[in-house]
Design a protein around this ligand. Structure first.
Ligand SMILES: NC(=O)c1ccc[n+]([C@@H]2O[C@H](COP(=O)([O-])OP(=O)(O)OC[C@H]3O[C@@H](n4cnc5c(N)ncnc54)[C@H](O)[C@@H]3O)[C@@H](O)[C@H]2O)c1
Length: 379
C-alpha cells in the first residue's frame, strides 16, 4: 500500500499536534515543514527528525511533492492559504473552522473540485475513539430510532463559541442527523434581542459574529430535530461541551474522551432509570499513545488514509464543513432577521454584514484578537 507524503504548513500548537499524528501513523511520512518563524520550524523538525524545513510554502510544496498539505494556522489565514495550496493540486486538511463565511467556503470547494483533490477539515472529535464507540452503538440500534440531538458549548461568548466550538459540535451532530434542512435561533446580547450595533469582529480571526447567548433549533429529515446551545458563562467549562442523542429505545451521551449508553429512552435520577453504561473507546489497532499523538488526531489521519485509499471523502470533509458553515450562518441570519432559515441558503454573503449594511452601518471595527481582551472590550 502507498505511503502518503505529508507537508505541514504552520508549526505551532495545532501544527505540532498534526505533525505528531502524521509522524506516528505507519502510512504517512512527513516530508516537509513550513513556518514563517524558523525557531518553531526547528522545534518540530528536531522533535520528529524532519529535515525538509521551509519558510516559503510554495517552495516547500514544489521541493517535497506532498500528497497532503495540513494547514493548521490562525483562522483568518485559512481561506488564502487553502486557495494557494490547492493551486498546487494537492489534497489538504485545514484547521477548523474551515473559513469564516460561505463565499470563502464555496471558493475553496470549487478550487478543490477543479483540481481533482480532497479537502478535509480538522474536526477530529467526529472520528475520535469516543465517537467511534457512539457510532458503533448507534449503528447497532442501541437507541432505536433517532428522535432528537442536543449539543452544547464550553461557555464562550455565544457567537464566538459558535464559530470556535460550535463548528465541532455541529459537525458531530451531522454524523447522526444527516443534512440540516432549516434553523431557527433565539439569541440575546445583554438581555435584549440583538441589534445591528451588536454585530462585532470575532476574536481569534473568526470573522464577524454577534449574540452573547444562542439557542438554535435544527430540523433534519425523518422528524429528527436538534438543539445547539452556545451560551456564555462567567466560567468556562469544557465538561459542558457534550452531545446527547435521544432515541425511541435509549440515549447515547458523548463528550471528548467519553461515551455512555442509557438503555431506556427517559432519564430519571431515581436509581432505576439512570443507569448509564460506559462504552469502551475504539482505537485504530496500530495506535500507540506513547508515540505522542492524541488518539483523535491519529484517528483523523487514519480516516484520511482510508478515504484516499478508497477514493472517497474524509468523514470530516470540506463538503461537510461547508454545511457546518451554512448552519452557523443560518443561525446568525435567523438571529438577525427573526426568521426560519431554509438550508442551503441561496445568498452566500455574511448575513450579519448584510444586516449591518441594510441598517446603514459599515462593517464592524477590528477588535483585540485574544479572547480575554476582546471580552473586556465588547462589554
Ligand atoms: N481542532 C482543534 O481541536 C483545535 C484546537 C485549537 C485550535 N484550533 C484551530 O487551530 C487554528 C490555530 O492553530 P494554532 O493555535 O496552532 O495557530 P498559531 O497561530 O499558534 O500557529 C500558526 C503557525 O502558522 C504559522 N504561519 C501562519 N501563516 C503562515 C504562512 N503563510 N506560512 C508559513 N507559516 C505560517 C505561524 O507562524 C504560526 O507558527 C485555528 O484555526 C483554531 O480554530 C483547532
Amino acid at each position: 500500500m502507498k505511503n502518503y507524503r505529508v507537508a505541514i504548513l504552520g508549526c505551532r500548537g495545532r501544527g505540532t499536534a498534526a505533525a505528531r499524528a502524521y509522524h506516528a501513523h505507519p502510512r504517512t511520512n512527513i516530508v516537509g515543514l513550513c513556518d514563517l518563524i524558523e525557531e518553531r520550524l526547528n522545534t518540530v523538525g528536531d522533535e520528529l527528525g524532519v529535515s525538509g524545513r521551509f519558510t516559503d510554502l510554495d517552495e516547500m510544496i514544489r521541493s517535497t511533492a506532498p500528497d497532503i498539505v495540513a494547514i493548521p494556522t490562525g483562522t483568518e489565514f485559512h481561506y488564502d492559504l487553502c486557495m494557494r495550496v490547492l493551486e498546487h493540486g494537492v489534497h489538504i486538511e485545514v484547521e477548523k473552522p474551515m473559513c469564516v463565511d460561505l463565499e470563502q467556503a464555496d471558493a475553496v470547494i470549487k478550487k478543490s473540485q477543479d483540481k481533482g483533490v480532497r479537502v478535509a477539515v480538522h474536526h477530529q472529535g467526529r472520528v475520535g475513539a469516543a465517537m467511534q464507540a457512539i457510532g458503533r452503538a448507534f449503528n447497532e440500534g442501541k437507541i432505536g430510532e433517532l428522535r432528537y440531538i442536543y449539543g452544547s458549548g464550553k461557555g464562550y461568548y455565544g457567537g464566538y463559541g459558535l464559530m470556535n466550538i460550535g463548528t465541532h459540535m455541529i459537525n458531530d451532530i451531522l454524523k447522526f442527523g444527516g443534512p440540516c434542512r432549516s434553523v431557527v435561533a433565539q439569541t440575546t446580547t445583554e438581555g435584549h434581542p440583538i441589534t445591528p450595533q451588536d454585530v462585532v469582529s470575532s476574536p481569534s480571526g473568526m470573522g464577524t459574529i454577534a449574540c452573547e447567548h444562542i439557542t438554535a433549533t435544527l430540523q433534519f429529515n425523518h422528524n429528527v430535530t436538534g438543539t445547539l446551545l452556545q451560551h456564555r458563562f462567567d466560567r468556562m467549562d469544557s465538561s459542558a461541551y457534550a452531545m446527547e442523542l435521544y432515541g425511541s429505545e435509549g440515549r447515547l451521551f458523548w463528550k471528548s474522551g467519553g461515551a455512555w449508553w442509557l438503555p431506556q429512552p427517559h432519564f430519571i435520577p431515581d436509581g432505576t432509570h439512570d443507569e448509564w453504561e460506559a462504552l469502551a473507546p475504539i482505537y485504530p489497532e496500530h495506535y500507540d499513545a506513547k508515540k505522542g499523538a492524541s488518539e483523535a488526531d491519529y484517528w483523523f489521519v487514519e480516516e484520511y488514509v482510508r478515504a484516499l485509499d478508497e477514493g472517497r471523502e474524509h468523514e470530516c470533509s470540506g463538503l461537510e464543513a461547508r454545511h457546518v458553515i451554512e448552519i452557523m450562518m443560518g443561525i446568525f441570519e435567523s438571529a438577525a432577521y427573526g426568521t426560519c432559515v431554509n438550508l442551503p441558503q441561496e445568498r452566500r454573503d455574511h448575513p450579519l454584514l448584510r444586516w449591518r449594511t441594510e441598517a446603514g452601518l459599515a462593517a464592524p471595527e477590528a477588535m483585540p484578537r485574544a479572547y480575554g481582551e476582546w471580552l473586556s472590550t465588547v462589554r
